[in-house]
Ligand binder design. Sequence first.
Ligand code: SF4
Ligand code: SF4
Length: 478
Amino acid sequence: MADSHPTEPQSLYAAREPVFPKKVYGKFRNLKWVIMVITLGIYYVTPWIRWDRGAALPDQAVLLDLANRRFFFFWIEIWPHEFYFVAGLLVMAGLGLFLFTSALGRVWCGYACPQTVWTDLFILVERWIEGDRNARLRLHRQKSWDLRKIRLRLTKWATWLLIAVATGGAWVFYFTDAPTLLVDLFTLNAHPIAYTTIAVLTGTTFFFGGFAREQICIYACPWPRIQAAMMDEDTLTVGYREWRGEPRKNSEAVKAGEPQGDCIDCMACVNVCPVGIDIRDGQQLECITCALCIDACDDIMAKIGKPRGLIDYMAFTDEESERAGGKPKPIIKHVLRPRTILYTALWSLVGIGLVFALFIRSDIDLTVAPVRNPTFVTLSDGSIRNTYEVRIRNMQHETRDFEVTVKGDPAIRVELEGATDGKIGVNADEVYLQRVYLVAPAGSKPATEERSDVRIWIEDLTSGERAYKDTVFNGKEE
Ligand code: SF4
Ligand code: SF4
């Protein structure tokens, strides 16, 4: 009787097959070049754009000023208490991603994800230095490290490293004045955090873009797993018209005499794929829908005189109707669906809400923190005094004088620590801490009740702009 158990233990580990994507021409490749130039341009250039906000404020158009807890975005200035703007923008980014994924599948992954953009750039450099797919494959398979291989590899790695340093460098420029930091970096006067951040980002960019590449998309990124929930049978994604292409050339069916389909089995679609898959095997988790295989196959179809679109953007619903001899639905019908309309409506609602909030926001604000140790003090004349720490934010670019008043029981009067004229001057773009006393005369209602509601107002003495916060006055219960 034969032994059913294998004698050799089988390895569950499969080593990575390096991918050497071939150069391809076509409309989707061109679109990817345009998006790459725009996204990289925005990333590298933005910290160098200047924006005049007056002498007291930084002139960098986009700046995350952590030291002063402020975010500058051209004419918009976000203070820490306005973090809801950032939260709103994140919600919009999320909804935008849902919208694009439900309409066009992994279009984010294929065109605009930083991993895709930088990997594309690194492959471009690799192609310039080592040549196209076949030359790179030969170099990879060459076991010996002769002078040519050493020269090509060192040139490639040095160029990658320069890009990686520029990437890490650009990131830190978003957090402080870019020209000043650049000088500080070269004169070794920058903060160690800046050098550490650049070093970490240089290392990750070099490794992710140069070596890990598609492995990040396949194994590390959670997005491919999540997006399935946002796609349905009407989502447009890259697919192969197998009913038109099969049986392909060289297949057993063709050898057996069946008429050949449109696929000539040239492997052009596989050779250009940056994740190294064959789209003719059907939808795969690895596919980032970059559409380069569409360009490659369209080129082949043109050469052999067949209609384009053997590989194309299509939906499952089109597949069914095309198999039955029908035509695909117009693209607009795939894009305009209840799900995409809902995402667009939600996205617009949040956007309109943010714009509205931006226009109605006040450029003064205050916080009131009652001092509770002790909750009140009895003065020599028997009146009761409560103390409050009032923080006044002057978000205008000029000094303003404020008056503090209180609304509640008319018996309560306001006293300001250190301000004999009753005015509080707050410098431009400053948060000023003022100690405020509320005093209720002996025997008055608030002085004799445990708690009375009060409202502290601040008013700009020039413009009349006002803001308030509600708090309580603690009396001595009798
Ligand atoms: S590029 Fe087109 S013709 Fe060539 S193998 Fe791929 S699907 Fe077939
Ligand atoms: S199969 Fe086509 S669309 Fe998918 S990743 Fe490869 S080249 Fe891009």
